[in-house]
Design a protein around this ligand. Structure first.
Ligand SMILES: Cc1ncc(COP(=O)(O)O)c(C=O)c1O
Length: 479
């Protein structure tokens, strides 16, 4: 079982007197820990620090911690056994299953609107056609075993052609088909890093990538992003100080900031990473979601072939439910990844691979549909926020799926708790970083139709007023 020490938990809890709700200190502490469990910052089955250690780290009485742990146990968010300490759990059954794994399905059937996850619905008609075509093709594959560590040759070839068309010469042998981009990243981490290696990443970043870095027992090295782009000097300093094994970057409509790295930024970062012989993993999940500006040439163009690993897929441009992604790398890396893959999932499903091949054959049609729809949704969300929450600020991204809002107060976790009661599920800013950062931020996806977003924003505004009004009152009381 993993564990968290008092100092680490205290950092994650941040301003728990404010984020943990109302009432006595023990109840706020319990509320703040519950929130960390709910949004995945505190993974399930994590051993909590002893009561003595946490009370010292938070500088509160031991009774406060003991009573908070009791409250968490009663509510089903902690369990303990004599001699084994206390660890995080979730209440059995029920609809309030947490999103500890950062995936989008947990609100289904709860009646809550999910604005925590950035995953649009499928373009039903054309995707159905692609699957129908895949079923037509299937009989040709039935006489084979259906297993292929690398992926179906026809799909590898279609993916390679797509890279070619973006200016990156690629052969099918340089492609490995995976079950989505997240699978690709976990596989890459498992093959290219050892426990204790340092992995550099943009701060903020995509939460599941951060979890994968931690799960691989590597050490995360955050590099802050500027409001308008990448801080190449900060990256160079981090590379010098930490000698990372791997860098994980999302240069195309970065999640959650929506930033798009310019050619100059790509070249400058690649030069630093090449000098230090860091392998760079480039996550291109959002590359085809260009709404205004199109993405510059692929980042891998600036790197030596053996140091560039590009991961991507069709989850955001077409549908996450396909669970098809890929890795592009030099042939030696691809062979190592394929060999390791045998112990994970062996091979990808044939029908989905055939459907994805068909999707790539008609890709422009799919992407045009997705982009047109997202542009309308982004603009509707931006207008509604400007009307109902004019004090919030954000940069309108030129692509991607989300607005990264500065909410003007360190109230993100608090807002998320309150919004649950208003029927809206949000993801707190700190979910996108480490050590409790981004409490003044909220990521709001525009993956729902304009009407849904227009209705949701006044409710978020009401929740925000309630959350910040309570916070102000409490600060007054404390003062
Ligand atoms: C940057 C980034 N990488 C990876 C993923 C996961 O992609 P997939 O569903 O293909 O595993 C996401 C999903 O939101 C993402 O935003």
């Amino acid at each position: 079982m993993r564990s968290i020490n008092g100092q680490q938990l205290a950092r994650n809890l941040g301003d728990w007197q404010v984020s943990g709700g109302t009432g006595p200190a023990y109840s706020r502490l319990a509320g703040a820990i519950r929130l960390l469990v709910l949004d995945g910052r505190l993974p399930l089955e994590t051993r909590l620090p002893s009561e003595r250690e946490l009370s010292a780290a938070l500088q509160v009485s031991r009774t406060t911690v003991t009573t908070a742990y009791d409250a968490l146990r009663r509510a089903g968010y902690a369990a303990s056994r004599q001699g084994s300490g206390t660890w995080t759990t979730v209440p059995a059954g029920g609809t309030n299953t947490p999103w500890a794994p950062f995936g989008p399905d947990h609100t289904e059937g709860t009646g809550r609107l999910d604005l925590a996850h950035a995953a649009p619905e499928a373009p039903a008609g054309i995707l159905h056609e692609a699957f129908t075509e895949a079923l037509e093709q299937l009989p040709r594959h039935l006489p084979t075993s259906g297993y292929d560590l690398f992926g179906l040759p026809v799909l590898r070839s279609a993916v390679a052609t797509r890279f070619q068309s973006r200016g990156l010469p690629t052969t099918p042998d340089q492609i490995l088909v995976t079950a989505g981009t997240q699978h690709a990243f976990s596989l890459v981490l498992s093959v290219l890093t050892d426990p204790g290696d340092r992995v550099l990443f943009e701060h903020p970043t995509y939460p599941n990538a951060l979890d994968a870095i931690r799960r691989a027992a590597t050490r995360p090295v955050p590099v802050p992003l500027r409001a308008d782009g990448w801080d190449v000097d900060a990256l160079a300093a981090a590379v010098r100080q930490s000698a990372p094994r791997l860098a994980y970057l999302i240069p195309d409509f970065q999640n959650p900031t929506g930033l798009l790295a310019s050619s100059a930024e790509r070249a400058a970062m690649a030069a630093e990473l090449t000098r230090s012989r860091t392998v760079t993993v480039i996550d291109e999940t959002h590359v085809d979601l260009a709404l205004d500006a199109s993405a510059p040439a692929p980042f891998a163009q600036h790197l030596p072939p053996e140091a560039a690993v590009t991961i991507g897929g069709v989850s955001k441009s077409v549908w996450g439910g396909m669970r098809i992604g890929w890795v592009r790398g030099d042939e030696a890396i691809i062979r190592r990844l394929a060999a390791a893959r045998a112990s994970f999932d062996i091979s990808s499903p044939v029908v989905e691979q055939l459907a994805c091949t068909e999707v790539l054959r008609r890709y422009d049609e799919f992407v045009t549909h997705t982009r047109d729809e997202l542009r309308r949704r982004r603009d509707a969300l931006a207008a509604a926020l400007a009307e109902h929450l004019p004090q919030w600020t954000f940069r309108l991204p030129s692509g991607g799926l989300v607005l990264w809002c500065d909410i003007g107060a360190p109230a993100s976790s608090r807002l998320v708790s309150t919004a649950e009661q208003y029927g809206i599920r949000l993801a707190a800013g700190p979910r996108f970083g480490i050590d409790g950062a981004f409490e003044t931020r909220l990521r709001v996806p525009y993956v729902h139709p304009p009407d849904v977003l227009r209705q949701a924003v006044p409710t978020i505004a009401a929740a925000f007023r309630a959350a910040t009004a309570t916070a102000v009152q409490e600060v007054d009381v404390v003062a």
